[in-house]
Design a protein around this ligand. Structure first.
Ligand SMILES: Cc1ncc(COP(=O)(O)O)c(C=O)c1O
Length: 361
């Protein structure tokens, strides 16, 4: 049993879409399925504009470029997937690490403020596990220091805060539709933006900067999603509500079952949030009779394969050892040494949480 397993569209429905593509032979280049998919996503997510892309890493790169961040420092979190930070290096920007909130693991605005210098150009927080960041706190920082905030919302598909999409916050947000995510197009992703001008800029940038047969607008790249995966995405969108409901049932079953296991901190939920239940992270505390790595190894002997997301934290990799940081990032370091994400996907048997709890007991 792996930590995740993807939702898939109905096979026959997908074959029907493929027949259309086989007839038209339009495989890519902003075709009808990409355009339809973008409209369907904007409607589903309650956001004004979506620019879909070939994976969830390119949206981070294009969002930073489109926001005009061409040099200087970007303050981000070390408690994330490596792509959040590697894109900064890839773009020639300088990552700076600030510490995270001890409960949610999301970047702390207070810690970010301590790291702002005249070289700071943007803030890049991550809605880790779909937990909304302190978006009001980042909004205040953005106004006070005139810094754009770009959210890596790779985990936050469909998440709402106070009844509104969490993707409404910040200058831009990016999504991943990787096969491991709540909603997938196999590989895929998107930038969420708030104006038609920004949508146009992103759409141009993802297609080499081409604006006409003989014209370019700036330096672009190839970040296009193809028609097959857009069609697949349109069909998978029909499945996602049901998938989130099933995730919620499993999530609650985990909390019920694991309450009686000593030494674990379980994830909590806030009333103001509609979650997507993208991960079930448990934190193995000092009082636990077994260490985190002993629990990890024990579950593997039962053919249960959880993941230590995010371990190592990014500042613990040699590649990022030189990144300027707030102190020694004690909270990110601790969470990364305590965390295990348990298997969670819609078709996981509802008996699994109790099975795992009984192994741990
Ligand atoms: C937080 C975060 N950011 C960015 C990415 C990159 O997305 P992709 O794998 O679709 O390129 C991922 C995951 O895969 C992620 O978890």
């Amino acid at each position: 049993m792996l930590v995740t397993s993807p939702i898939l569209p109905d096979f026959d429905d997908f074959v029907e879409k493929l027949k259309t593509i086989w007839n038209t032979r339009q495989l890519t280049n902003n075709g009808p399925f990409v355009r339809e998919f973008e409209e369907a996503l904007a409607k589903y997510l309650h956001v004004p504009f979506v620019s879909v892309m070939a994976n969830g890493t390119l949206p981070l790169m294009l969002a930073l470029k489109a926001a005009g961040i061409n040099e200087g420092e970007v303050i981000t979190t070390p408690y994330t997937f490596v792509a959040t930070v590697s894109v900064l290096k890839w773009l020639g920007l300088t990552p700076v690490f600030a510490d995270v909130d001890p409960v949610t693991g999301t970047l702390s605005p207070h810690e970010v403020e301590r790291m702002i210098t005249p070289r700071t150009r943007a803030i890049l927080p991550v809605h880790v596990y779909g937990y909304p960041c302190d978006v009001a706190g980042f909004h205040r920082l953005s106004l006070r220091y005139h810094l754009p905030v770009i959210y890596d919302a790779a985990h936050a598909f469909g998440v709402k805060l106070d009844g509104h999409s969490v993707l409404e916050w910040g200058d831009l947000s990016t999504l991943s539709f990787h096969a491991t995510k709540v909603f997938n197009t196999i590989e895929g992703g998107a930038v969420i933006c708030h104006t038609p001008e920004m949508k146009h800029r992103l759409d141009t940038m993802r297609n080499f900067g081409i604006t006409g047969e003989t014209s370019l607008d700036g330096i672009g790249i190839n970040a296009k999603l193809d028609e097959l995966r857009a069609a697949y995405g349109l069909l998978n969108l029909r499945k996602v509500d049901e998938a989130i409901d099933a995730r919620a049932r499993l999530w609650n079953a985990y909390t019920l079952a694991l309450k009686s296991v000593p030494g674990l901190r379980l994830p909590s939920l806030a009333d103001s949030v509609d979650y997507n239940y993208s991960h079930y992270p448990i934190y193995v505390e000092a009082e636990s009779p077994r260490t985190r790595d002993e629990i990890f190894a024990l579950l593997k002997t039962h053919d249960i394969h959880p993941r230590r997301y995010f371990f190592p934290a990014i500042h613990q990799f040699e590649t990022y050892a030189d990144v300027r940081r707030s102190g020694n990032l004690p909270i990110a370091s601790r969470l990364s040494e305590q965390v295990i994400c348990l298997p969670l996907y819609p078709h996981l048997p509802l008996s699994t949480p109790e099975k795992i709890a009984s192994i741990l007991r």
